[in-house]
Design a protein around this ligand. Structure first.
Ligand code: NI
Length: 430
């Protein structure tokens, strides 16, 4: 199957920079096979006219809990621990696999329609979010959220869920897996070591929440006499490729440790602000050369999975808090939403930029929208003026998954009906 995006404005890498250039992009099966000139022997089955269109690499949401989309707007304006243990946890105790499936479908619909083609997920129900990924045509990296103390039965079972999910998904190469120790306040030191040893043994990465709130810092300091970053380090969590969500409450020592071990930081500005956790020192991390990427967190704490909104916040808030407009440029923000995410996931040879040989994971934006007119610096447009409603067509693995703003592989109306029924039932006596 050959597809050409003909004479289209495209966001292309140029060294460390990004340039917007008029070109044609040639897709064969799942890959980009040519940019500019037509590769020999290429046969076009479909030609997409690029007039008034702008193509970007699909965005990468590096920290989310997709299934939580059905909990959108259900727990708001509460302190973090009350939010988690008073409201979210009781709903999660009651939810069924079927509920989780429809929640995951809702999250995927929202991400696809706003140009995200890959997400890094922490979930609780094996073979459910993965089924929604398979059904939707999206790409994802999945971690089973791991909670445990020592070698208790529950902790072992949750680890084994990861391998069960891998077995279930082995026919789908859009899915990959890492281990997901939830956080230092839900996993004790022995369990952390069990998880990090298994990650090393199976050559897997780790996805974890670290240093999210002041109460977490106090709790870990009291229990272990150190910061959550130090606790993670001394239990081997950074011995493998690690993606650490939040890292809001970190000091110089923590950041030096993170740099030393090449920890990838996922910043989630909306969730951090909404839960009153503060602002991660992202410019300071960038100065140290730490790889920073972007995430939404779950829809119960954001309450949106639209990465354009996150990009908007990311590129604005640090300018405000640091009182300089030079803090996090539009290009730096764009890279955090694309190639830096691919690096964090160990997939920079496959996704994150429009280059020959990479997967055709692309979002086409309609330029006939007031937010992107007149056409000046379109990279600035992505951060400062777009809101995701400009996304018209989305490809994952060379296949169309959104066309004219409509998700192709999931029934949107059915998903909306289901999630309304589910949340009504689950919140009845909470
Ligand atoms: Ni999270």
């Amino acid at each position: 199957m050959g597809i050409v995006l003909k004479d289209i404005l495209a966001a292309l890498p140029k060294g460390e920079d990004v340039e917007v250039k008029q070109t044609s992009i040639f897709i064969e099966n799942d890959k980009i096979v040519g940019i500019g000139s037509e590769p020999s022997g290429f046969k076009a089955d479909e030609v997409i006219d690029g007039t008034d269109k702008f193509v970007i690499p699909g965005l990468i949401n590096c920290h989310t809990h997709t299934y939580m989309a059905f909990m959108r707007n259900v727990a708001d304006d509460l302190p973090f621990m009350d939010w988690l243990f008073g409201r979210i946890d009781p709903i999660e105790q009651k939810m069924t696999d079927d509920d989780v499936y429809w929640g995951a479908c809702l999250g995927i619909i929202e991400m696809l329609k706003t140009g995200t083609t890959c997400f890094n997920d922490m979930q609780m129900n094996p073979c459910i979010t993965t089924k929604a990924v398979k059904d939707s045509g999206m790409r994802a990296v999945i971690a089973r959220g791991l909670v445990g103390s020592g070698n208790d039965e529950g902790g072992r079972k949750r680890l084994d869920d990861t391998y069960k999910d891998m077995e279930f998904s082995k026919d789908c190469d859009r899915l990959s897996f890492i281990l997901g120790p939830h956080a230092p306040y839900t996993c004790d030191e022995e369990y952390m070591r069990i998880v990090s040893n298994e990650a090393k043994e199976h050559d897997m990465g780790i996805h974890i929440h670290l240093s999210e709130s002041v109460s977490e810092i106090e709790q870990i300091k009291e229990k272990y006499g150190c910061s959550p970053i130090e606790m993670a380090e001394r239990n081997g969590i950074f011995d493998v490729r690690c993606i650490a969500a939040h890292c809001v409450q970190v000091d110089d020592k923590d950041m030096d440790i993170m740099k030393k071990h090449n920890v990838n930081v996922v910043t989630n500005p909306a969730s951090n602000m909404k839960l009153g956790n503060g602002f991660a020192p992202i410019p300071e991390m960038m100065e140290r050369g730490i790889n920073v990427c972007l995430g939404t967190d779950g829809a119960a704490s954001n309450n949106s999975l639209n990465l354009f909104k996150e990009l908007h916040l990311l590129t604005l808030i640090h300018k405000g808090t640091h009182r300089t407009p030079e803090c996090i440029s539009a290009t730096e923000g764009f890279k955090m939403a694309t190639i830096n995410g691919a690096k964090a996931l160990g997939m920079e040879d496959k996704i994150g930029s429009i280059e020959v040989g990479k997967k055709a994971d692309l979002a086409i934006l309609d330029l006939k929208k007031p937010s992107l007119q007149p056409i000046n610096n379109l990279i600035a447009g992505l951060s400062y003026s777009a809101d995701g409603t400009e996304v018209e067509t989305v490809f994952v693995d060379g296949k169309k998954v959104v066309e004219n703003g409509k998700v192709l592989n999931l029934d949107e109306d059915l998903v909306y009906k289901k999630v309304n029924e589910i949340i009504k039932r689950l919140t009845l006596d909470i």
